[in-house]
Design a protein around this ligand. Structure first.
Ligand SMILES: Cc1ncc(COP(=O)(O)O)c(C=O)c1O
Length: 434
């Protein structure tokens, strides 16, 4: 057993300085600055990224401790594998069968040689899940967003998007020639004012971009109001339902089904990297828009297809969503139970989804708390400044359907102890979630 260790560095507000300094120097010096910062954090044992797993992704995993080299069992509360499908026996069986039948990969993009019977079946199944005419499968959710934004709007159009949109949406905006305007998070009134102003200018189409479930705060977009506004202004609604698919609505059909507005969302993006536990993305939409994407979305056209085994895993996930009534419900039971337990220890938290942010009080030494979670066998992702503003730093709990009550009790016990030791905040109001 190696020596116990402690993080010795100061608080975590140094990355932004490193990045800003990097803007003023040449290429090699810029690379060195970040690399030195990274080595410094490894030296003072205050960084937990690239933790190497030595077992299957599951509710409990084993990792190789980055500092001691020991093999360490950890309860996983930092995964998007919401339904625990990565290790589900039925999923694994279908994956093995697909490998036997189709081999390891396809060796090309879908329009050329990367399209199998399985890919075709998945397009049809996802279209049915989303109540859309057609579905286009991309190599990732990132690629789906970038492909859609890079191809659908033209230079005459305008895109209105939520301030909290995911990086893949923001990067997609770099690929479009349309002008873009952000509105405050979930602020339907501001969106209405922007759409009104666009209407009076009268040129080009208006696109609106929102997420079903926001990945950092776990809150839900008011899709009933947003679809009403889009209809009223003739705007095209692009919905990123990465965290809603497999989680929200009956049988996990997604956030539009949760609100009963599936017919009013024009373009729905899903990823396979969250509830389906693998990798890949999809856009479900009308037949003309799907055809357009197949020929004009560069991330579709110029990138190889996802392997048949991955497609088979998603198909198996869809089977399970359809026939295992209790699967999604187990996740929601865990959401309710965790919310209740966190309230019992003083957090004012009412989770809307399996993503539960624990906002870190400014009095808390976040790196020490991060280390404490790691040492206590709780795998929890810290989200630090500058990824979020200083007053919005958080630990982000992600729940799975397969977590047991004992797992959640242990999580809550360690959270309470971390707050007692490192937050120095006795005022329960300091323990409020976003
Ligand atoms: C809201 C949102 N959109 C898109 C993506 C990208 O998905 P993928 O991992 O499939 O590239 C993510 C993943 O983090 C996400 O959270």
């Amino acid at each position: 057993m190696a020596e116990p260790y402690e993080p010795t560095g100061g608080e975590n507000f140094d990355l932004r300085d490193v990045l800003l300094r990097g803007r003023k120097v040449g290429f090699h010096e810029r690379m060195g600055l970040l690399s030195d910062w990274w080595s410094g954090r490894i030296r003072n044992r205050s960084i937990f990224v690239l933790r190497t797993a030595t077992t299957m992704a599951d509710r409990e995993i084993q990792i190789e401790d980055p500092y001691t080299g020991d093999l360490k069992p950890m309860l996983m509360f930092g995964s998007n594998n919401y339904l625990g499908l990565t290790s589900h026996p039925y999923v694994l069986e279908r994956v093995r069968k697909a490998v036997d039948e189709y081999g390891a990969g396809v060796g090309g993009p879908p329009l050329l040689n990367g399209y199998t019977k399985l890919h075709q079946e998945l397009e049809a199944r996802l279209s049915a899940l989303k109540d859309k005419e057609d579905t286009v499968i991309f190599q990732s959710g990132y690629g789906a967003n970038v492909g859609a934004l890079g191809s659908l709007p033209t230079r005459n159009d305008a895109i209105f998007y939520d301030l909290y949109s995911h990086a893949s949406f923001i990067d997609g905006l770099q690929m479009t020639r349309a002008v873009s305007y952000k509105f405050a998070h979930n602020d339907v009134d501001e969106l209405a004012r922007l759409l009104e102003a666009h209407g009076t200018r009268g040129s080009g189409d208006a696109f609106v971009g929102v997420e079903g479930v926001y990945s950092m705060d776990g809150d839900v977009a008011p899709l009933d109001e947003i679809t009403r506004l889009c209809k009223q202004h003739g705007a095209i609604l692009l919905l990123d339902d990465a965290h809603g698919t497999g989680v929200m609505g009956p049988n996990g059909r997604g956030t539009p089904h949760h609100f009963g507005v599936e017919r009013d969302v024009d373009v729905v993006m899903s990823t396979f990297s969250k509830a389906f536990g693998v990798v890949g993305g999809a856009i479900s939409t009308s037949k003309p828009i799907a055809d357009y994407l197949r020929f004009c979305a560069r991330s579709y056209m110029f990138s190889s297809s996802i392997p048949p085994a991955t497609v088979a895993a998603v198909l198996a996930g869809l089977d399970l969503l359809e026939r295992e009534e209790g699967l999604v419900q187990r996740l929601w039971d865990n959401v309710d139970y965790t919310g209740r337990c966190l309230r019992e220890i003083g957090f004012d938290i009412h989770p809307q989804t399996p993503i539960i942010p624990l906002l870190v009080p400014q009095t808390m030494h976040m790196r020490k708390a991060t280390y404490f979670f790691h040492q206590s066998g709780i795998f929890l992702n810290p989200v630090e400044y500058p990824a979020v503003p200083i007053d919005k730093q958080r630990f982000r709990i992600s729940l799975m359907a397969t977590h047991t009550r004992e797992d959640i009790d242990r999580l809550v016990e360690v959270v309470a102890e971390a707050w007692r030791r490192f937050a120095f905040a006795l005022d329960p109001k300091a323990r409020t979630a976003a």
